[in-house]
Write a protein that binds this ligand. Structure first.
Ligand SMILES: NC(=O)c1ccc[n+]([C@@H]2O[C@H](COP(=O)([O-])OP(=O)(O)OC[C@H]3O[C@@H](n4cnc5c(N)ncnc54)[C@H](OP(=O)(O)O)[C@@H]3O)[C@@H](O)[C@H]2O)c1
Length: 436
């Protein structure tokens, strides 16, 4: 049996897929019982550069219709990224009865529900293991390995760029902008880093994981998102002093009140397992009722790790087709008729400890003024530290609260920011006590 493959996009991941299919052709055939034949690659421009591999009998074209909807292609691998025109290409492929494998987290997070419905209607597969956490097979873990469990909560370090930046800031004591520039130079951050550093990429991945974990349609717009732009070297310093580390975490929890799904920079115990995940690595911690705690760690991006995930979907598809199975596992694990939208707890419902950083005028009475505002807002303080005593116009003031509600802290911050002695908007980082 043969699976005829068409590839869209020959960039980082596309090249990795070609390389992997060539390197492990025999192994993949032995494991799947199917010949995985890369028939054609369509890309916007036929590259003039040498990718370091010989395409052999595989055709290279700049005509996407030679792959999408082509009668001699069984499965389209979409590796061009973005929403447009990827959404149209995948829709057309599914309409023509072609299976689809994609690494496109933005598309799955924002339009996955319509594409899953179409795949189901056509009785074909739409697979997306590579969309979340690269080489970590977390989608398959959730859909198959942990299928017997109720997932109670999951936490993930889902963006390698942010994790790299926060790690470098901590290890080298450098400011955010300098580390970001270095990350761009090394190719760990895009020229336009917005999707990564503003938390959107992590939110795409979290939305997908939360849907699988909690049996809901994908609801990207319900994810509360905050990135790491405002994390300063002072915050990193204070986190260390207090026994914490700052991580950009995707958090998805379910409670009787609803789902709490958010991406935020948070302070976590420096001795926790997640705190030890450094550099470009990703990790996902899952708490489930029968399996208990489990954690999955690995490379979250890059040519080879992402290609590994893409090709795992191809092998899965080949095995299913070989055994005559179609839609063996529902796209989001739960059968579509049983998916239920869930109430999302507003971020104001959170309670916990908060770290605050203010820049204030260095003059007598300011501290008392601030303490009074927080006391009136029923916010009790655990730590107050004026960072520098050298004679200066402005000094940073660090405050850590005892457990309080998000509503109270937001009201407190608003009142503080209106003070003449507070020189820039106060910054806040949530302190999370996780089981991981
Ligand atoms: N890179 C990673 O580590 C990683 C990890 C996980 C998931 N992903 C996901 O994998 C996907 C691909 O990422 P990538 O890093 O490989 O991207 P990339 O290096 O930018 O490659 C994109 C490829 O798609 C081609 N392309 C763009 N628009 C096209 C169009 N309209 N028609 C045909 N071809 C088109 C590009 O051709 P030109 O070069 O001619 O423009 C290029 O060959 C994205 O969805 C990304 O989110 C990437």
């Amino acid at each position: 049996m043969e699976l005829r493959i068409g590839l869209l996009g020959l960039g980082t991941v596309g090249s990795g897929v070609v390389r992997l299919l060539q390197t492990h052709a025999k192994l993949l055939e032995q494991r799947s019982g199917v010949v995985l034949r890369l028939v054609r690659i369509a890309t916007k421009r036929i590259p003039g550069w040498d990718r370091g591999f010989d395409l052999g009998t595989t055709e290279l074209t700049d005509d996407v219709t030679r792959v999408v909807g082509a009668s001699d292609i069984d499965v389209c691998i979409e590796l061009i990224g973005g929403i447009h025109p990827a959404r149209d290409f995948i829709t057309t492929a599914l309409q023509h009865g072609q299976h689809v494998v994609t690494a496109n987290k933005a598309l799955i997070a924002e339009h996955g529900n319509e594409l899953f419905a179409l795949a189901q209607q056509q009785n074909i597969e739409l697979a997306f293991e590579a969309a979340v956490a690269g080489a970590i097979p977390i989608i398959r873990v959730m859909k198959e390995g942990l299928v017997a469990n109720q997932i109670e909560q999951l936490y993930g370090i889902l963006n390698g760029t942010c994790n790299y930046i926060l790690t470098e800031m901590r290890e080298k004591g450098l400011p955010f902008d300098q580390v970001l520039a270095e990350a761009q130079r090394l190719g760990y951050a895009e020229a336009d880093p917005t999707l990564d550093i503003d938390g959107i990429d992590a939110a795409h991945k979290l939305a997908i994981l939360a849907a699988i974990a909690f049996g809901t349609p994908v609801a990207f717009h319900d994810v509360t998102v905050e990135g790491i732009r405002h994390v300063s070297d002072l915050d990193i310093y204070w986190a260390r002093e207090m026994g914490y580390r700052i991580k950009l975490l995707g958090i998805a929890k379910q409670s009787a009140a609803g789902l709490d799904v958010r991406v935020q920079p948070v302070m976590i115990n420096a001795h926790s397992t997640l705190a030890a995940v450094d550099g470009v690595f990703n990790a996902v911690f899952v708490q489930s009722d029968f399996a208990g705690s489990s954690m999955y760690y690995g490379r979250g991006a890059g040519e080879k790790p992402t290609a590994s995930a893409v090709v795992s979907d191809l092998v899965d598809l080949a095995r299913n087709l070989r055994s005559g199975a179609r839609q063996r596992v529902a796209s989001l694990s739960t059968q579509p008729q049983h998916l239920r939208p869930r109430h999302c707890c507003p971020v104001e419902d959170r309670t916990g400890e908060y770290y605050l950083r203010l820049l204030v005028r260095d003059r007598p009475g300011v501290l008392a003024e601030i303490a009074t505002i927080l006391k009136n807002g029923q916010i009790s303080l655990k730590i107050v530290h004026q960072h520098q005593r050298a004679p200066m116009e402005a000094v940073p003031l660090i405050i850590v609260t005892h457990e309080t509600s998000e509503q109270q802290i937001q009201a407190g911050l608003k009142a503080l920011s209106e003070l003449e002695s507070v020189l820039e908007p106060p910054r806040l980082i949530r302190i999370e006590h996780l089981g991981a």
